[in-house]
Design a protein around this ligand. Structure first.
Ligand SMILES: [Cu+2]
Length: 113
């Protein structure tokens, strides 16, 4: 009985490790009026998680080429996961009006082969 329970725990831990290993987590901070990092390089076919925080106010993240969109709120973490299926350079931008520099608040996702 005890042996079965231990085996179950070990299996779950191994499964969790495996899922963390395959997803690349990239932390991005939004603040007036930029994203840090503003240039994100990933590999095609590699699952990624973008983890956003805001250093000041509400912002948004919009990456139309991959249909990725999320709101970024101060004091919270927003996550989006996706797997880039095409290589190239793709622009992302803030899609929540955040002030006079909002139109300039953008960055680039670089997907390598
Ligand atoms: Cu904005």
């Amino acid at each position: 009985m005890a042996l079965t329970a231990t085996f179950g725990t070990v299996t779950l831990a191994a499964a969790l490790r495996a899922s963390y290993a395959t997803e690349k987590v990239i932390r991005v901070t939004a603040k007036n009026f930029d994203f840090t990092p503003g240039e994100i390089t990933v590999k095609r076919g590699e699952p990624i998680v973008l983890e956003f925080t805001s250093a000041d106010r509400a912002h948004g993240f919009y990456l139309p080429d991959f249909g990725v969109e999320t709101k970024i709120k101060p004091g919270a973490v927003s996550r989006v996961s996706f797997t880039p299926d095409k290589a190239g350079k793709f622009s992302f931008a803030c899609d929540v009006f955040c002030g006079s520099g909002h139109e300039e608040m953008s960055g680039t996702l670089i997907v390598t082969e």
